[in-house]
Structures are given as C-alpha cells and as structure tokens.
Design a protein around this ligand. Structure first.
Ligand code: FMN
Length: 183
C-alpha cells in the first residue's frame, strides 16, 4: 500500500521543538512517501458543538474544517505533533480530535470506517527534563483514541526542549528521530 503522511502541528508557535523533532524524523522517510504538513494555527476551528443528541448529524465540513477533514481522510498515517501542554496535547490538537466525533456523523462520510486501519503517531516535546513519565497522559490519550478508532499505533517520539530549537541538542531525541518511522 502506498503510504502518505499527514503531519498535524499543534504548537502555539511556529517552528518550535515538536515541529523540529517531527521534521527531523520525516527526513528519514523515503522520498516517494508523500508528506502533508498542516499547522493548526493556520486552520483555526470554531468551538466544538455536541449535536449528537439534538440534531444528530453534522453538516458537510467547509473552510478550515474541510481542509482538515479531507487531509485526515486522505492520509494513511496521521502524526499528532504537539508540545506537552499541562501533561496532555495542546488545546488546538484536542479541538481537532473533538471534531472527529462530528465527522463520524457527517452523512455519507463513512469517517470511522475509513479511518480504521490507518496508523497514528505521536511526536512531542516537553520542558521538564529528566522525567519521561510526564508525557504518559499525552501518549495514553492519543493511543486510546487510536484504539477506539481501530487505528494502529505507530509509536511516540519525544524530545526535551523549552526554548525553540532546544530539542536539536537533545541527543536521545535526535537519535530516536532517525529510525522513528521505520521505513
Ligand atoms: C501552555 C503550556 C503548558 C505547558 N505544560 C508543560 C507541561 O505540562 N510539562 C512540561 O514538561 N512542559 C510544559 N510546557 C513547556 C513546553 O512543553 C515546551 O516548551 C515545549 O518545548 C514546547 O514545544 P514547541 O516548541 O513545539 O511549542 C508547557 C508550555 C506551555 C506554553
């Protein structure tokens, strides 16, 4: 199967540590594997509305939501690139995931069925040096969400960093980035 990777960037800034770590890992993907990079700062979404038990369905996505919806469905591999914010993913990443619940209920989208069998990955950076257990909640929520979606779990790439670029000096993170996607 021809793989294609969607990198979703959830940091509150551009070119931060999580993005730099993901870009490092992506360098090792074979050239023929397409990569799409979307920064959630460029694609803001309105607050999520839970219409499950009122309207019951959601309208066809438009605008930024449609860009994210189409890209998500087109990818075989979804890479959640998020800094550790309060031990979890950033709010923009969480909001993007909340929209998956809406996309289940877009008539004709078949979102759940079409997501099953894809692979989810996590790339994160965090500033609390010396305790890699701190990323457990972030990894758990993404991994459980992938399980719920019947997606495969690719794995977690984590690097230490606080100021932008710090992660490039994290030898363990840089080393792990090399073989991360295993292709
Ligand atoms: C809102 C916010 C919450 C954060 N929460 C944590 C945290 O819980 N644990 C931690 O180690 N670092 C935390 N940090 C630090 C970031 O994870 C760290 O600076 C990271 O390198 C930022 O990644 P980025 O450069 O990709 O944005 C937080 C930063 C912000 C702005």
């Amino acid at each position: 199967m021809q793989r294609n990777f969607l990198f979703l960037l959830g940091s509150g800034r551009r070119d931060g540590n999580s993005e730099q770590l993901a870009r490092k890992a992506a360098q090792y993907l074979p050239a023929e594997v397409p990569q799409q990079w979307l920064h959630l700062l460029d694609l803001p979404l309105p607050p999520f509305e839970d219409l499950r038990h009122t309207v019951g369905v959601y309208p066809q996505p438009v605008g930024n939501e449609k860009t994210l919806f189409d890209a998500t469905l087109a990818a075989t591999d979804v890479v959640f690139v998020s800094p550790l914010y309060w031990y979890s993913v950033s709010a923009s990443m969480k909001l993007y995931l909340d929209y998956w619940s809406a996309w289940f209920r877009v008539p004709g989208a078949d979102f759940r069925k079409r997501m099953a069998g894809k692979t989810a990955w996590a790339v994160t950076s965090y500033s609390d040096e010396g305790d890699d257990q701190l990323i457990v909640p972030l990894v758990s929520m993404l991994r459980m969400s992938a399980d719920y979606m019947e997606m495969h779990w690719g794995g977690t790439l984590a690097g230490y960093g606080n100021r932008p670029g710090d992660v490039l000096a994290d030898a363990a993170g840089m080393d792990q980035a090399k073989g991360f996607f295993g292709m």
